[in-house]
Design a protein around this ligand. Structure first.
Ligand code: NPG
Length: 372
């Protein structure tokens, strides 16, 4: 496959409700989309999970654009016979920039699989046609508002509810939700907002019988997480701290976590995500698919990934209507049993709807080979 042109496009879509975490608030979803065209006329789409500001990770949208425009996309021009499996090597000279790399890989893979008439799920090794879905609830204004929101999601059938916590918003709101919903699988996500000195707060959370505590400590830490895991009974799940299959190997050797959140964007692409899955599976450590408020494009990839056999816990793969009035693609729907169908069409199995894409677009830029 020869890539003959790439389009970068920024889209913005209002969120149905603001999403607040320990690191900030988003009121609309801004996403950088990557569209590749091949010499044979195939087209593929990718979505970059970088946010406008470098709060969740050091990556952010403007930086991802620069990396794609000046370094990643031009690396493709020299290759006449390119496959997605080659991208690790072809893009490997660029350090970091995993979210930008992941978006380009998704687009190349989509084009490749469309040409082959094969679905992403089948390519990755999906073993299920539906995946169990959880939901992540941002920090609202009050405990009452939180309990009400959780009630709505439980009513809709989500199989696991994740609460965002931060210092000052932790044991009390999580306890109130546990009392209101004694049987619902619950987890909390701190997005790296605490330090090991806060261990007594995490010990108090043990009483709530949570499925996991996600990324309690620093985003680059593994040692303190291991120390905390020794002190608490609730499994720690790592998100921000895991950027590669090697990181998982280290984290598991140290005892830093007992569960892993996999986001393809965070680890540099779907192929590395599958390697993370494989390492965790070898160690019999459960994984689940994280989310970053993706549009239908990124959601299709997440749902395909979540269908791999090691994804034994419900993911942050919620339905389109949990995020947007109108998604960019045909909506992803929560089935009455709290699952979502894995797309079966070629490639991602979805594509942006022309009118939605037009309405959401902030700007479009082409990156072409020098001779074009
Ligand atoms: O349902 O996609 C979703 C949101 C899940 O909580 C969620 N994502 O820290 O994992 C996270 C958080 C996030 C959202 C992180 C946006 C970065 C950007």
């Amino acid at each position: 496959m020869r890539v003959v042109g790439v389009e970068l496009r920024l889209v913005a879509i209002p969120l149905v409700r603001p999403f607040r975490t320990s690191f900030g608030e988003e009121r609309d979803k801004r996403a950088l989309l990557v569209r590749v065209e091949t010499a044979d006329g195939a087209v593929g789409w990718g979505e970059c999970v970088a946010s406008p500001d470098p709060r969740y990770s050091e990556e952010f949208i403007d930086e991802a654009c620069l990396a794609l425009r000046h370094h990643l996309v031009p690396s493709l021009w020299r290759h006449d016979d390119l496959r997605a499996e080659d991208l690790g090597r072809v893009l490997g000279w660029v350090r970091g920039h995993r979210m930008a790399k992941a978006a380009l890989e998704m687009a190349v893979l989509d084009a490749q699989l469309r040409q082959e008439g094969r679905s992403l799920g089948a390519y990755l090794g999906a073993e299920r046609d539906r995946v169990p879905c959880g939901v992540s609830v941002g920090i609202p204004d009050s405990v009452d508002a939180l309990v009400e929101q959780v009630g709505e999601y439980v009513e809709r059938g989500y199989q696991r509810v994740k609460l965002k916590i931060e210092p000052g918003w932790d044991v009390e709101p999580a306890g109130a939700v546990r009392r209101a919903f004694p049987k619902v699988p619950l987890s909390v996500d701190a997005n790296a907002a605490y330090r090991l000195a806060d261990a007594s707060m995490f010990e108090a959370l043990d009483d709530l019988e949570l499925v996991m505590i996600e990324q309690p400590l620093g985003h680059e830490d593994l040692l303190d997480h291991a120390a905390l895991q020794r002190r608490i009974a609730t499994p720690i799940c790592l998100d921000e701290s895991i950027r590669s299959a090697d990181d998982v190997r280290t984290a598991l050797a140290l005892g830093s976590c007992r569960i892993v959140n996999i986001k393809a964007g965070r680890v540099g692409g779907l192929l590395e995500a599958r390697r993370v899955h494989d390492v965790a599976r070898e160690h019999e450590v459960p994984v689940w698919c994280g989310g970053m408020l993706e549009t239908g494009i990124g959601r299709a990839a997440n749902v395909a990934l979540a269908a791999l056999p090691g994804f034994t816990l419900p993911g942050d793969t919620s339905a389109s209507d949990r995020y947007f009035e109108q998604d960019l693609t045909e909506p992803f729907v929560l089935e009455s049993d709290g699952t979502m169908k894995v797309p079966t069409g070629p490639g991602l199995g979805v594509e942006p709807l022309a009118d939605r894409l037009e309405a959401a677009t902030q700007w479009v830029e082409r990156v072409d080979p020098p001779s074009a």
